[in-house]
Design a protein around this ligand. Structure first.
Ligand code: LLP
Length: 421
């Protein structure tokens, strides 16, 4: 089997480490399943991002939906990063982590009045609207609060991001944003409203995008809108290009930030405004793993199964996107043969799998597996399905590790339920 290693997760004498910490030390402390993050990875990725775009007037807003643990948000905050949130809950998390409202932007195709009100009361930097009705509601709430709302409109540029259909968001059939002509109309209409100040134009065309072209094409289309608005007297301060940069899940090569920067910086420099980025996956995915224990192995008909104590409720991506996550043993036993196996969880669904027909070293009961690239869209998409407790999260920071979220208790599972007599 192939082993994927990086400066953040690597084998020393056949044992997998996160930075300087043997995973076995963490497992002995927390049990399994457990999410483990490498803080230095997060810092490194953020610094790479900053460096790649340093010639551009820009701000980076960490997309909290990719990993909402407050320690993770704080890691980026400490480096000067803002936060992009998609709900009141994420806004609450970002504020708890210490993000200043003026470094917060609120996205979302369907915001409740409470969410809008919270954004306005907190005086966050930007609310991104996606429909005429939403703009009218923002204007109304801002009026009642006696505030001027800073608003951006999300444009759907109808560009194919060539990614999984569930995470493609910039095509005309998608629910997100507004088409170019409608967006221009809306900017003009909304500009007359008393409690709205348009400050931004926004896009986000999808996630796990592995070529530069879709970004380039969408930026061209949005720039056109920006200049049309400028001509008609609406001068925007911010040009938000969203997130979406793809990462490697199989050890494959993805375009570099340098390549992306060399294509898009010249386009963005033509605009006379600040550029916003909202990376999520790029900053976190390969900085996290999910470690689980093998409960049982078996052969059913002619198929090998490895049954782990982690399940689809802990990591949903393989089940819903058929997403590839590389899986490898925590401890290597040289000379062990490879087999083909389905690696599955204990939940009573056939969709509860992490890998199908995967080449993997033969595993025995009670040995451990590391599921890679779980720093994004892992814990945030977990659930309590089958009455399972959500796993703990651990952050490795050089020579130390900290439990940044404990495993749920059974009491957590029913804390807000009442027996109906
Ligand atoms: N900004 C907006 C408005 C977004 O909707 C998203 C992600 C991002 C930024 C960050 O995108 P990223 O840089 O992480 O690609 N659960 C799916 C991914 C859903 C992405 C949703 N939006 C997955 O596991 O692949």
């Amino acid at each position: 089997m192939d082993l994927i290693q990086s400066p953040w997760f690597s084998y020393k004498k056949n044992h997998l480490y996160c930075g300087n910490i043997p995973l076995q030390d963490i497992i002995n402390n927390t049990g399994t399943p457990v999410y483990i993050y490498n803080k230095q990875f997060f810092q490194n990725r953020y610094n790479d991002f900053k460096e790649a775009f340093k010639k551009l007037d820009n701000s980076i807003f960490f997309s909290v939906k990719s990993n909402f643990n407050i320690s993770v948000i704080k890691t980026f905050l400490d480096l000067g990063c803002g936060a992009d949130v998609n709900s009141q809950g994420e806004m609450f998390r970002a504020l708890q982590a210490g993000v200043k409202p003026r470094n917060l932007i609120l996205s979302g195709v369907g915001k409740t009045k409470d969410e809008i009100k919270m954004g306005l009361e907190q005086d966050i930097l930007l609310l991104k609207a996606e429909s005429e009705e939403e703009i009218l509601v923002i204007n109304d709430i801002a009026g009642k609060l006696n505030k001027i709302a800073r608003v951006g409109i999300r444009v759907n540029p109808n560009v194919d991001a060539k990614t999984h259909p569930y995470i493609s968001t910039g095509l005309m059939e998608n629910k997100f944003g507004l088409n170019i002509d409608e967006a221009v109309q809306l900017f003009k209409m909304g500009n007359k409203l008393k409690n709205i100040k348009f400050t931004a134009i926004d896009m986000h065309i999808g996630s796990q995008i592995i070529s530069i072209d879709p970004f380039s094409e969408a930026i061209d289309r949005l720039s056109e809108v920006y200049f049309r608005l400028k001509e008609s007297g609406i001068k925007l301060e911010h040009f938000d290009i969203g997130g979406g940069i793809g990462v490697s899940y199989k050890g494959e090569k993805i375009f570099s930030l340098k390549d992306l920067a060399s294509v898009i910086i010249p386009k963005l420099k033509k605009l006379d405004c600040k550029v916003f980025f909202e990376p999520g996956r790029f900053l976190t995915a390969n900085g996290g793993i999910l470690v689980s224990q093998v409960l049982f192995t078996k052969m059913n008909y002619d198929k090998n199964f490895i049954i782990t104590d982690a399940a689809m409720n802990d990591l949903l991506r393989p089940s819903i996107y058929n997403a590839y996550h590389h899986i490898q043993p925590v401890n290597l036993f040289p000379g062990r043969e490879d087999i083909n196996a389905d690696i599955v969880g204990p939940v009573c669904e056939s969709g509860d799998f992490f890998a199908k027909d995967r080449v993997i070293s033969k595993m025995n009961r009670e040995e451990y597996l590391a599921i890679l690239s779980c720093g994004s869209y892992g814990m945030v998409m977990s659930s309590n399905y089958n009455g399972r407790r959500r796993p703990p999260e651990v952050m490795v920071d050089n020579n130390n590790f900290n439990i940044i979220r404990s495993r749920e208790t059974y009491e957590h599972l029913i804390w807000d339920e009442k027996l109906n007599n």
